[in-house]
Design a protein around this ligand. Sequence first.
Ligand code: A2P
Length: 341
Amino acid sequence: MKKNPVVAVVGATGAVGREMLDTLLRRNFPHSEVRALASSRSAGTTVEFGSKKLTVQELTEDSFKGVDLALFSAGGSTSEKFAPCAAKAGCVVVDNSSAWRMDPAVPLVVPEVNPDDLSWHKGIIANPNCSTIQMVVVLKPLHDAARIKRVVVSTYQAVSGTGQKAIVELESQVRQLFNGQEAECKVYPHRIAFNCLPQIDVFLDNEYTKEEMKMVLETKKIMGDDSIRVTATTVRVPVFYGHSESVNIETEKKLTSKEARAILSQAPGVRVFDNPGEKIYPMPIVAAGEDDTFVGRIREDESIDNGLNMFVVADNIRKGAALNAVQIAEVLLQRDLLRVP
Ligand code: A2P
């Protein structure tokens, strides 16, 4: 591509959309124009883009004329309807929803893990689930070194993963409870303030939630290895930004905790934050507002021969969503793949 691309952010008024705009600027993503798109509800309002204000336009089927790249974060049904229109108009879509992730014709990409999958895109590229992204950036280098046979993961996920309305719900429930009022639940089925919900997304026939099965299926697709067994329990916790995960892995080859630390300290996008004696370990307040995925509490699982436990935390809006999408766009640009074949 000779000229700088015209970029559209779909869902520009949302928690992830706003971060996408910030990330484009922060990383100096080349652009000749940036358009902010959202629903008719916010058409005509403005969103900040550095020192500029962008006027939000209503998303329609005609929104993609002359647009080279669209970053979507406006929910699955919006992506299902509009991503094909965009690709048809010659615009490459990086979609943050779950709509296209398991489509065999759509690459599901974490740039530190499987950037080469971008070479076969047909106009739509899927950005994985937030909790999967931060897990696979840590798993990949360990898998390359020792082949992971099984992963057992439990998550502690922030409300921002549900969107702006959930951030507002946690804030207002805390205020209501401190004022002796009843907490009003609109977004989640139960109170989220001072509580933990072992339900993220809907329950499926196999008794797992959709979020749990995303972690299972997306991990295999991104790692390009169906033989890795994954089981997940995903929990929403009253944290605003930053998903945490307790990750247990069983490997074919033994890795000591020291070896794992050495491997991970060389891994792109990973920051080893692991000095328990000094009370240094990953936490949401450490990872929020950062690009890296933090890993710590690395220790050998004494209940099996070749096992490791670790605690992995990342900013779910950054690496879990907006940053990963912009990094995908950066690779597309570097490899001259920002076109619909
Ligand atoms: P709007 O603000 O106009 O509703 P979040 O995940 O933080 O809730 O944000 C969701 C984003 O997706 C918002 O920008 C929202 O726009 C946008 N969105 C939701 N539904 C649609 C739709 N049908 N068409 C376009 N944008 C939509």
